[in-house]
Design a protein around this ligand. Structure first.
Ligand code: GLC
Length: 421
């Protein structure tokens, strides 16, 4: 875990020390991710000013695995340290029992405005709604429109086209700093998201299917992983095996990659006033795994939840309802590129005009794939870790694809037996 709890506590104390005067009882703290903190903090401050409350946001980094570790440590200890938590789409199973049921606070009319599959994912088997969606997200293909135009290439629709286009442009540009395709290859949750897209796009399933059957050891999954391994050292620099979302965005923003797989929410970074690639970037669905394949985009929506151990649950719920409502989501989409989780905002004329990405995003959503977190529940973090560790070993050349998937299948069976999903 990158952030140790004592260090975090000190940080919070320091932050609280900066607030003037004694803390009123209703001061609430909320976690926000490094990349979205400023926007969510600004919104929280609007609410606090209006309601006479005070909020103490703290950044929790951006690596999903670290954040889950931190939450587990705090929540398993029933600590009241967090009021409002930023929750990844894959965590309802792992964290649900520590989170307040929001159903008594949200009326049906409001619930009906959100995308139903996201709400379903946030509802546990007892019908408790443990979070409300803050923003939607999926993996998407970013490409350099100017480079494609310079050499007369179309946007690739299959992985084979992406490989051929990247190779041809690299050959012609002769720029040692330019990479063909960057993505998230470090052994962490981000690699699970990338590898799921490769495999699902080849028709190789979702590791574990909706009925709980382990499906990973199949010919299409093998084909997808063979393909990805061949990218290393050709269209993708070996460093991608240690890179995360932020590394990819830095490379691509600096003009050092032709194609990038990343989340929709990062688009705003590329369009900042000082971005070297501003106005030169296009968006498209991630490629299909061949004529028989399909587009596939891993779902990565983020939600807000209230800790059951919060000392200010009413205020925390009120802030949650504010941050996830239509005006806030509209602001987060307009000021950055956090895709809304409310259906109506996709027909908002100003958003359509100013945020052209929303049309592509909606198209991509049609091909979205969920990680198997709902069916595996509490065991999901273990399933994902086994998966990304194995995939990382394959990509780095330490393991051959077929035996690796056979071993992975057996290891997942063991987890399944122990956790009885
Ligand atoms: C993004 C997604 C999240 C995913 C993570 C992986 O934060 O929103 O769902 O788990 O990336 O790195």
């Amino acid at each position: 875990m990158a952030t140790s709890l004592p260090a975090l506590s000190r940080w919070i104390l320091l932050l609280m020390g900066l607030l003037s005067g004694p803390l009123p009882a209703e001061d609430i703290e909320f976690s926000c991710s490094l990349w979205g903190c400023k926007e969510f903090q600004r919104s929280a401050e609007l609410w606090a000013a209006d309601k006479g409350q005070r909020v103490a946001p703290y950044e929790v980094g951006y690596l999903a695995d670290n954040l889950l570790g931190l939450y587990r440590q705090v929540l398993n200890a029933h600590s009241n340290e967090f009021d409002l938590l930023l929750i990844d789409t894959i965590w309802p199973g792992a964290l649900g029992k520590h989170l307040l049921d929001l159903r008594p606070y949200v009326d049906e009319q409001r619930l009906a405005t959100y995308f139903q599959p996201i709400l379903d994912n946030l509802t546990d088997t007892q019908g408790r709604l443990i979070a409300l969606p803050l923003f939607a997200d999926t993996g998407i293909l970013y490409y350099r429109q100017d480079l494609l135009d310079r050499y007369g290439f179309a946007v690739p629709k299959t992985w084979a086209e992406l490989e051929a286009t990247a190779e041809a442009i690299l050959e012609r540009e002769q720029n040692p700093r330019l990479a063909g395709f960057v993505w998230q290859g470090r052994a962490y949750e981000g690699l699970t998201c990338n590898a799921l897209e490769w495999i699902a796009s080849h028709g190789g399933g979702t590791i574990v299917d909706r009925q709980g059957q382990i499906t990973i050891n199949n010919p299409q999954a093998r084909q997808a992983l063979h393909r990805a391994r061949a990218w290393i050292g050709t269209i993708s620099p070996p460093e991608v095996l240690d890179e995360t979302e932020m590394d990819s965005i830095q490379r691509f923003r600096a003009g050092e990659a032709i194609f990038m797989r990343n989340w929709m929410e990062y688009w705003a970074h590329l369009e900042e006033a000082d971005s070297p690639v501003r106005g030169r970037v296009g968006l498209a669905p991630l490629p299909k795994g061949g004529a028989e394949g399909q587009h596939a985009a891993t779902l990565g929506d983020m939600s807000l939840a209230v800790s059951r151990y919060s000392e200010h649950p009413e205020a925390a719920v009120a802030l949650l309802l504010f941050l996830t409502d239509a005006p806030s989501q509209r602001r987060h989409a307009l000021e950055r590129s956090f895709p809304p989780t409310l259906k109506a905002l996709y027909t908002d004329p100003v958003l359509i005009e100013e945020r052209g990405y929303m049309a592509v995003f909606q198209q991509v959503l049609e091909h979205s794939v969920a990680r198997p977190s709902q069916v595996t529940g509490l065991a999901y973090p273990k399933v994902s870790k086994k998966f990304y560790t194995k995939v990382h070993e394959i990509l780095s050349g330490a393991l051959a694809v077929s035996p690796a998937l056979t071993t992975l299948e057996a290891e997942l069976q063991q987890i399944r037996q122990r956790s009885a999903w």
